[in-house]
Write a protein that binds this ligand. Sequence first.
Ligand SMILES: [Zn+2]
Ligand SMILES: [Zn+2]
Length: 258
Amino acid sequence: MTDRTVLFTANAGFFVSAGDISLAVDAFPRVADRGFSALSEDHFQQLCQRSDLADIRYVIATHDHEDHYSKRWNQQFLNCHPQARFIGAVEDERAPKPSVPPHDSLLIGASQAEAPILLRSDRPTYYLPGITFEFLRLPHEGAQFADVTNYGCLVTFTGPTPCRILFVGDAKPADPTIAEWIGGRHIDLALLNFPWIALPKGRRFIEEYLPNTKIGLIHLPYEADDRNHYVTAARKATEQLNIHAITLFTEFGQELLF
Ligand SMILES: [Zn+2]
Ligand SMILES: [Zn+2]
């Protein structure tokens, strides 16, 4: 991948690169929710072997739902990429213990380079070489998932290719907490679930708080699996926001330069 690239895997999963730092977010969904798509075994193996993903630094899980996170594949990917560090709200992935203890804000030195970071507090922030992660615990969409721990993150690449991206896991679309958290800062790219575009409140939020941000729509099925016509609906909705650069992620391996 070149500078400032997103590579889509399946459902809400992607890799993002800026300069020499790459990370994976919810990249290995092994099980699909009804009407969505999972990653195939074959595609997972392709991702493990891609040479341009060889120096991946971080593997992030926003929450422990099977359409975002597979313990088995997560572990397999980390075993193939021992330099990568796991950050997530799920249990410890690799043997090295103790993991980095929960902190609200932490500057991490080289000695802790590979210890997994397990997200626990409400707003954990990590300052790492070339990158800052500002996590925020956000309620999961849907009353039945109210007790699921879900994190969004503002990722600021601070190296030679500075930029900022936003992702929010399965947070409620247009949650006002997110606007407060962004605090008027410029975001180059936001990766958001498709209801952010399909629902009027999501579109209003984008117009008001993300006016100059490129939008990548995720949590969409592959075109071939789109029996509920989510892709069609999302495409129609994007036409109502034509001032925006919006990309629908609907194919394995789809890339976007941002
Ligand atoms: Zn979920
Ligand atoms: Zn989900």
